[in-house]
Design a protein around this ligand. Structure first.
Ligand code: ATP
Length: 445
């Protein structure tokens, strides 16, 4: 039986600290005192985030023949957001405490009359609808007619390109359009590290289906997406599916289910899978005057496809993968920190470690590095005692270390050490690539 998960606040600090210390994620603009709730992805973070996105892309696009990709513009005209309803509806209710001047999202307060900061009751202003979209202007002239928005989701890019993709890809429903990219929301209460930021990356797919098949495909995508997080290493007991209550659903949605993860503070959304009906295509057709429908030449049917949307956060998912992978264990009286990341997500798949820095080992170690680099992301590290170097690799999740020692010069073999079991095996250099490929399984990048 898996243990029932429970929030673990200590884990949060440990992972955030590791991210900072080892170069996964840095607070942005740090030399200027930081810029609240924005983050920069460092040398390890950029590798891991890319792997998360590649893993998603591989599952959603590469391994299927019914989904194609798109990379739409981030800057977008008001017309898109008027049609989608974001200009009027993409708002959070905002209240200010007149006593302590703090600002809150009304829907996140435990008691809507009591300020959680200063404890006063009855000090809140009337709630205001605060639009979460970032507005800027295109070109040197300010004012009406020049407004543009940074997209708050990638989804609308897929809807407005529906016709382009349909005509050029020659797909027919059921088919999907997938996109990965940055989105921007002026969140009132960003926080919990990269869980909620104002600038973040999404991985979204719009799946267009004949109306009668919508329920079946909705069930299918809920199951697929739940399975995906497990395939990449999150244990099932740290995940759950949460169907939305009727009062949470958008008026057009026939159903939404969130995939949630047990974050250190409790359950939180990783992804929402929504059965959106024909709302989006109809809204854009109406506002643009363009027909956004499918004509089935075989049957003579003309219809507006329904849409199933699995919408995930790349940066939020990366955080969940890190949290789920973080382990501490006792090894010979010392605490070992190990990130048990799936090798397809870990920043490095292999580390090459010459036993000593001496010139005698370096040429062979560098030759091994050059042989492995075309196949994997490889770290080369020759400083400090070998035990400490293993620990450094454990802590950043590198699944395999290859050690070149003095015997290697004689027997032309190296030691391969496993991150999780810490077992070591001797492997002839001539077999090394095949041996590692057998153990690392499918590569993502
Ligand atoms: P939440 O309820 O957490 O605000 P949402 O339901 O508004 O999220 P969606 O619009 O469904 O989110 O976006 C899809 C995914 O994008 C979310 O499941 C999440 O992983 C990610 N996401 C949304 N907002 C943010 C944010 N501010 N920072 C990081 N990731 C985000």
């Amino acid at each position: 039986m898996c243990p029932t998960p429970s929030p673990d606040p200590e884990l949060f600090d440990k992972v955030v600290n590791l991210c900072r210390r080892r170069g996964f994620v840095f607070p942005s603009a740090e030399i200027y005192g930081g810029f609240r709730s924005t983050y920069d992805y460092g040398p390890l973070g950029v590798l891991m985030l890319r792997n998360v996105k590649n893993a998603w892309w591989r599952s959603m696009v590469q391994l299927r023949d019914d989904i194609v990709g798109l990379d739409a513009a981030i800057l977008s005209p008001p017309a898109i957001w008027e049609a989608s309803g974001h200009l009027t509806n993409f708002t959070d209710p905002l209240v200010d405490c007149t006593n302590c001047k703090q600002r809150f999202r009304l829907d996140q307060l435990e008691d809507p009359d009591r300020c959680p900061n200063c404890g006063m009751t009855g000090t809140f202003t009337e709630a205001r609808a605060f639009n979460l979209m970032f507005k800027t202007q295109a070109g040197p002239v300010e004012g009406a007619g020049h407004d543009v928005y940074l997209r708050p989701e990638t989804a609308q890019g897929m809807f407005v390109n529906f016709k382009n993709v349909l005509l050029t890809s020659r797909k027919k429903p059921p088919f999907g359009i997938a996109q990965i990219g940055k989105s921007f929301r002026n969140e009132i209460t960003p926080g919990n590290f990269v869980f909620r930021t104002r600038e973040f990356e999404q991985m979204e797919m719009e799946y267009f289906v004949p109306p009668a098949e919508a329920d079946t495909w909705y069930e299918y995508w809920v199951g697929e997406r739940f399975r995906w997080y497990q395939e990449f290493g999150i244990p099932a007991h740290l995940l759950r599916l949460r169907p939305h209550e009727a009062d949470e659903l958008s008026h057009y949605s026939a159903g939404t289910t969130d995939v949630e993860f047990m974050f250190p503070w409790g359950w939180g959304e990783l992804e929402g899978v929504a059965n959106r009906g024909d709302f989006d295509l109809r809204a854009h057709a109406e506002h643009s005057g363009q027909a956004l429908e499918y004509f089935d030449q075989a049957t003579g049917d003309r219809y507006v496809p329904h849409v199933i949307e699995p919408a995930a956060g790349a940066t939020r998912s990366m955080m969940a993968f890190l949290m789920a992978a973080y382990h501490e264990e006792e090894v010979r009286g010392e605490t070992r920190t190990v990130l048990r990341l799936d090798s397809r997500l870990s920043p490095y798949q292999v580390a090459v470690l010459p036993l000593s820095k001496k010139d005698t080992l370096r040429p062979m170690a560098r030759a091994v590095l050059a042989e492995l680099q075309p196949h994997w992301q490889v770290e080369y590290d020759e400083t400090q005692a070998i035990g400490r170097r293993y620990r450094r690799q454990d802590e950043i999740g590198t699944p395999l270390c290859v050690t070149v020692d003095f015997d290697s010069l004689e027997d032309r073999a190296v030691t391969v050490r496993d991150r999780d079991s810490m077992e070591q095996v001797r492997v002839p250099l001539d077999d090394l690539v095949g041996h590692l490929a057998g153990r690392l399984g499918n590569r993502v990048c």
